[in-house]
Design a protein around this ligand. Structure first.
Ligand SMILES: [Zn+2]
Length: 363
């Protein structure tokens, strides 16, 4: 019997500022091997970190301050339509001032940047995630807590920190830990099987490095994003789309970004060979389609039943992209082509190369 090892760890202690222990670590490769593939298993390291949470929350508040509404603006930095700015009613005047100063700082520049596509935002997120257990970011307590981030950003974060800690952090940290506790048993039940299937379908082994997952209250308009150097998944515990099995699918969609190399290379090769422009985001639609479809099959035809998540029956689980409206515009066209030419590959009827060639030929 193969069972993933589940390990709950305590949060970072005073002795381990810069190397806070993960809340949860799933599928340790040394103790688990998949039965039907040579690929190693992914190792998810789940965190609920103070500074990354504060950073994303300030980013959200600044976006809302700027009058952002995703009904008007569908840019990648947009907030979900149902978000409201936090209320500061009855806060002490000094706290209101400190919080508003920090939000104003974010609104001047950072709030206009994309959390994933902007290199500075990627660096800030990566850096703050390693500062998880630090009480400050300038290295006053220990050199390990010197973030190296620009001084005005450090000042804004440190000014906002006591206000955030006093009013929102404990609730958001609890939401993050609840989200991890909710997805952990699904990883335990389905993670090994799915990991092997994804490595096989995407024709890439899982990377040997750990997949760091920062669970945050707000993680941008899509509820999650992943940067690759190093692999760093940021995922929202508050986003209603990330609940139940969908949270599990989103986690593995994000992790699939680390397996996309053969897919993007094959797309580039096949379109160049035909002198066709590479369709924007096609690789990403393929990733959503593929991981979602495999999760659907595992949920419906596997040994797992999720009596609390949906009713039984072969059409019960609608993958994330279809459920939450991603197939619109060019993605609608992509989905039609994936149904025609990629699904046969997932069914084992044609090869990876044949499916890719047919997709490019008909696009
Ligand atoms: Zn993605």
């Amino acid at each position: 019997m193969i069972t993933p090892l589940l390990l709950w760890a305590t949060a970072g202690s005073a002795e381990s500022y810069a190397a806070a222990a993960p809340v949860y670590r799933a599928m340790q490769r040394e103790s688990v091997q998949s039965s039907n593939t040579e690929s190693p298993l992914p190792v998810f390291e789940m965190h609920s970190g103070f500074w990354v949470n504060l950073h994303h929350f300030l980013y959200l508040q600044a976006r809302l301050l700027k009058g952002n509404s995703s009904s008007k603006e569908i840019g990648r930095g947009a907030a979900p339509p149902d978000e409201l700015p936090v209320s500061l009613i009855d806060f002490p005047a000094a706290e209101i001032q400190a919080w508003q100063d920090a939000v104003t700082f974010y609104s001047k520049d950072l709030a206009g940047r994309d959390l994933l596509l902007n290199g500075d935002m990627e660096i800030i997120n990566n850096q703050l995630s390693t500062m998880e257990a630090c009480p400050e970011l300038e290295g006053k307590t220990t050199p390990l807590c010197k973030s190296g981030l620009r001084q005005d950003l450090v000042e804004a974060l440190e000014r906002a920190a006591p206000v955030y800690r006093a009013h929102w952090w404990s609730q958001q940290d609890r939401a993050n830990r609840d989200w991890i506790a909710q997805v952990a048993p699904i990883i335990q039940k389905m993670g090994v099987q799915l990991s092997g299937q994804l490595a096989e379908v995407y024709q890439r082994p899982w990377p040997s490095q750990r997949l760091r997952v920062d669970v945050v209250w707000y993680a941008g308009p899509f509820g999650a994003y992943t940067s690759l150097d190093p692999i760093h998944v940021t995922i929202s515990s508050h986003d209603p789309r990330n609940r139940g099995v969908y949270g599990f699918e989103v986690l593995f969609h994000e992790a699939s970004h680390a397996l996309a190399g053969a897919v993007t290379a094959a797309i580039a090769h096949n379109f160049r060979e035909r002198d066709k422009p590479i369709p924007r985001d096609f690789w990403h639609a393929l990733l959503f389609y593929t991981t979602g479809e495999i999760v659907r099959r595992d949920v419906e035809y596997g040994t797992m039943t999720f009596t609390n998540e949906q009713t039984s029956g072969p059409s019960a689980y609608l993958p994330y992209a279809g459920r939450f409206g991603l197939y619109s515009g060019s993605w609608e066209h992509f989905r039609g082509l994936l149904d025609l030419y990629w699904l046969p590959y997932l069914d084992g009827k044609v090869s990876f190369d044949t499916a890719m060639a047919r997709l490019a030929a008909d696009m």
